[in-house]
Design a protein around this ligand. Sequence first.
Ligand SMILES: Cc1cc2nc3c(=O)[nH]c(=O)nc-3n(C[C@H](O)[C@H](O)[C@H](O)COP(=O)(O)O)c2cc1C
Length: 512
Amino acid sequence: MAKEFRDFLSVLEQQGELIRVKEEIDLREVSARTAASSKALWFERVSGYDMGVVSGILGSRARMAASLECDHREMGKEFHRRLANPIPPVMVSTGRVKEVIKVGDAIDLTALPVPLVSMLDGGPYITSAIGVAKDPDYGRNVGCYRFMIRSDKETGVDLIGASDLKLFYDRAFKQGKPLPLAIAIGVHPSLLMGAAHMAASGQDEYELAGALAGEAVRLVKCETVDLEVPADAEIVIEGELLPIGWTEDEGRFGDFTGFVGPIKFNPVFRVTAITHRKDAVFYALHMPDEVDYLIAPPLEGSGWQALSVAGVKATAVYAPAAAGCNLHLYASIRKRPGEGKNALMALMSLKRVKHVVVTDDDIDIFDPESMERALAYRVRPTRDIVIVDGARGSHLDPSTQLQVTKGALAPLTAKWGVDATIPEGSDISEYDPIDYPFKASDPAPTQAMATPANTADLAEAIAALLVKPLHFYDVLAHFGHTPQRQIVQAWGLLRQHNRLDREQATGRYILK
Ligand SMILES: Cc1cc2nc3c(=O)[nH]c(=O)nc-3n(C[C@H](O)[C@H](O)[C@H](O)COP(=O)(O)O)c2cc1C
């Protein structure tokens, strides 16, 4: 059985991460209720609509990782590992998404429960769709795109960023032709991740989704366009991007950054068919959290790949949500001399990544306090900060300036990286963290021998121990039943007789 949207809902439900809302709700409530909930929500009854709405299913790193059946710290590594084995999709004759087929006058986008996600959005947005299109030279492409409801048969689409869909549309537009497009709503997260991954043009993202799911994606032919869509999707909308160019208003839209983007001028998607399951559920992907966590595995996966190509041993890679799981990338590495900087350069080259921190494998890069300490004690700014100006950034980062380069607008920014690894040549003992002796959780003290009768005998017993280097702690631990005061007195005797020496690097004592 192929992995589908419903399977993932079941997984979340079993983990207690998805709650069914039984009472009838107004569609207008969906977004705020999802934002206020720590769990994903399944609104089973939406007033005036035949379909329920699911929202928030990817709204945490843990839920995102559940789709890859791994811990959230491992999801980038897992993404990278699975992508190494693409699995081609298989064609099937039909699927549940064909249970209801609507063409011609029966097409009605307003029958879908598409909520207004954020307050300043230009209208209700379909946020969870993967879109498939073809180009005669590049072949098939799948990506994630947003669709603003304009009317019962038209949506807006954002074709400003440098996506393959934009490239295909550009080429069709120059020939005055519409570009057929089909979008699928309610697909397994492996399809969303595969589509969101910035794969090279010409790479079939259905194969990547197969790799991520560990099994082939099942595809069916569309009704009205020459395209293939997941047979197990909840809903498919077929149509074409009209050859009108960037002429119609689209947006504003609360984007992955957590900011509301501007009104844009974009093409229009005209619908030629809607097919869906009889009991279809609409997936309202909540912004910005769900899109952020969705992008995390692909970006962290690219980080693992870049470090592997650079020959650096990575131990963790993390794209924090506060930077949209997009602009900032942290990595911990097992460093050989110079690799802090090599790792920086590898990660800074990634598309959209603006800020990189590389640190050592003793730092927990998922813990802001641990990161703060690395920045405080391992960095000399004049030596360890690398800034590269004039690099390509994200046009959705409001601090990026769109610069005119030979007639085209390019989102130019600077990238900066911080090498927060322990500097080469450091005395490593200076980084010994404080730890507390004799914790309640430690095993109870033992003592192999009875406490010597007097201070001189105790001093000799300690001296016998110090044939190998020991910390003062080891002596206290060894004589676990002898009062500390007696040990310090015997220690004083050894000092008086000048019998103690120190190991410079560790600070351990040894008998002279
Ligand atoms: C939920 C979601 C919605 C997205 N919406 C858009 C969009 O409307 N326009 C766009 O250019 N990129 C959008 N992106 C980013 C693209 O999906 C991403 O860049 C992808 O690599 C594009 O695929 P393509 O280059 O194969 O076309 C979105 C990403 C996600 C995860």
